[in-house]
Design a protein around this ligand. Structure first.
Ligand code: GLU
Ligand code: MG
Length: 481
């Protein structure tokens, strides 16, 4: 967990995270030390990144000599980026929009790392504050921090990890040309791109990312990397770092990486499944995983089950954050392992929630919930904040899960699905946005400005693709995230 002298009490507003004079001084001192170290290692620039509402990682960079100033006073950036669409056109919401205003990007020094895939560059995720040091209401990292603090106040912590899928194309053209020919999950694919994959693994390791697996995926040219679970802020930071590392290493090898939910209109898409486990912090023998060792279904404890049920109940609304692109709904179709039905099941890859116990003997640490219906167009901070808020609502109401599903729901007769309460998830972004806007739990947790801005950006992208064919949507989304 991040150490900071800022107060973090889990209060309703973000005011608890305001940046005061003493904290600025502390950060400047820490940054000065870090900058000297980086300069000594030959590093030249630091990329301060944040992810916008449309899921695009945006940045301002500073020379290492300027890190100390940036840590104390931030780097200017317009708030208008909150209403950017994926094609860089701009909409306006009721809270954000227009060319006036200034936000300060402040590097999170605890997560400052040299990026092995970008020689000479370091990376730091950023928080966005107003000039008076108050947190920007749309700072998704601050929203996630608040959600972790709200759970902490109840005695819970969460471990999370994003699985990252991407498709590798030859060259730098706009069309997708698979960079390998081998079959799904085939060793051939590792052999074909062995040097590239070795360099991806090496760069991730050098950057401090703990990779647990890398494998060829199903679709043409598709691969996936899974990383170790961390606290939610760390998991979101890592998701950004992994993507930028893979992107850079792809370019280094004359390849291009697409993280788009749907690289080609007629193929299986890229997911960005989220793994979550809930831990009781005050258990007698140290933190205990609430997803295991209980008397609920497949060994869940009552709180573990309630947390999962809270997420399951709100999946349609969560999709406006977790499957946020028009292209997301080309991916989120039945029988594509994307989890297009609102149901859960043990190791069921067609359920939106796949419950994973892990092998016998390691369940206490391994058991977790995989949310499958999500993709890489999502802002990982905002998405985790939303998932934690809905899980917390499940805890608050001591919710129970419905019966698990152990088949592909698409194969069940519609009457049976209806009788068992297995609903298809939204089949369009418009449907997800309607559910999101009607959802009071998410609105209360994220705040009015966030809800309004998310809806405005989504509507902007829906309008952008009005009348577009799936091929046109896939092409316009392919290289954006
Ligand atoms: N590519 C699939 C998706 O769109 C997921 C495949 C898997 O289960 O890992 O989510
Ligand atoms: Mg996968």
């Amino acid at each position: 967990m991040e150490q900071s002298s800022e107060t973090s009490t889990g209060e309703a507003g973000l005011d608890a995270y305001a940046l005061g004079g003493r904290e600025r001084t502390r950060r400047a001192a820490r940054a000065a030390v870090a900058a000297r170290r980086l300069a000594g290692e030959g590093l030249v620039g630091v990329a301060l990144t944040w992810v916008d509402v449309s899921g695009i990682t945006r940045t301002k960079t500073v020379p290492v000599e300027r890190l100390e100033h940036a840590a104390a006073w931030g780097v200017g950036m317009s708030p208008v980026f909150d209403v950017f669409l994926l094609d860089d056109s701009i909409v306006s919401g009721n809270h954000i929009g227009g060319p006036v205003g200034d936000l300060r990007l402040h590097p999170v020094l605890e997560r400052l790392v040299p990026m092995a895939a970008l020689p000479g560059w370091a990376h730091a995720p950023a928080h966005r504050y107003a000039q008076d040091g108050s947190p920007h209401p749309l700072d998704a990292r601050a929203l996630l921090r608040r959600e972790t603090d709200r759970l902490a106040a109840l005695g819970w912590s969460v471990k999370a990890a994003f699985e990252i899928e991407w498709a590798v194309s030859k060259g730098d053209g706009d069309a997708f040309v698979p960079a390998c020919k081998g079959p799904a999950y085939g060793m051939t694919r590792v052999t074909e791109l062995a040097g590239y994959l070795r360099d991806v693994l090496g760069a991730l390791k050098e950057t401090g990312v703990t990779v647990v697996q890398l494998h060829p995926e199903y679709a043409a040219g598709q691969y996936e990397v899974s990383v170790a679970a961390e606290d939610p802020l760390g998991a979101a930071d890592t998701a950004v770092l992994v993507r930028e590392t893979v992107r850079a290493m792809s370019m280094e090898h004359g390849l291009a990486a697409s993280f788009s939910p749907k690289v080609e209109a007629d193929s299986v898409g890229n997911g960005a499944h989220v793994h979550l486990s809930l831990w009781r912090e005050d258990a007698a023998d140290g933190p205990a995983n609430a997803m295991a060792g209980g008397s609920g279904p497949y060994g869940t404890t009552a709180p573990g089950e309630a947390f999962a049920a809270g997420i399951l109940r709100r999946l349609p609304a969560l999709l406006a954050v977790g499957a946020p692109a028009v292209a997301s709904y080309l991916r989120l179709v039945p029988s594509h392992w994307a989890g297009a039905f609102a149901c859960w099941g043990l190791e069921n890859r067609e359920a939106a929630l796949r419950f994973v116990t892990g092998a016998e003997g390691e369940r206490a640490t391994a058991a977790n919930l995989e949310v499958k219906c999500l993709d890489g167009a999502a802002n990982p901070y905002l998405l985790l904040a939303a998932l934690l808020a809905t899980g917390r609502d499940g805890l608050d109401t001591d919710l129970r899960l419905p019966e698990p599903v152990d088949v592909d729901p698409a194969g069940l007769p519609e009457e049976e699905r209806t009788a068992r309460g297995i609903a298809p998830l939204p089949s369009s972004l418009a449907e997800a946005v309607a559910a999101f806007e009607a959802d009071t739990v998410l609105r209360d947790a994220l705040g009015e400005a966030v809800t309004d801005t998310v809806a405005a950006v989504r509507r902007g992208e829906i309008a952008l693709f009005d009348g577009a064919t799936p091929e046109e949507i896939a092409a316009a989304t392919r290289w954006r995230h």
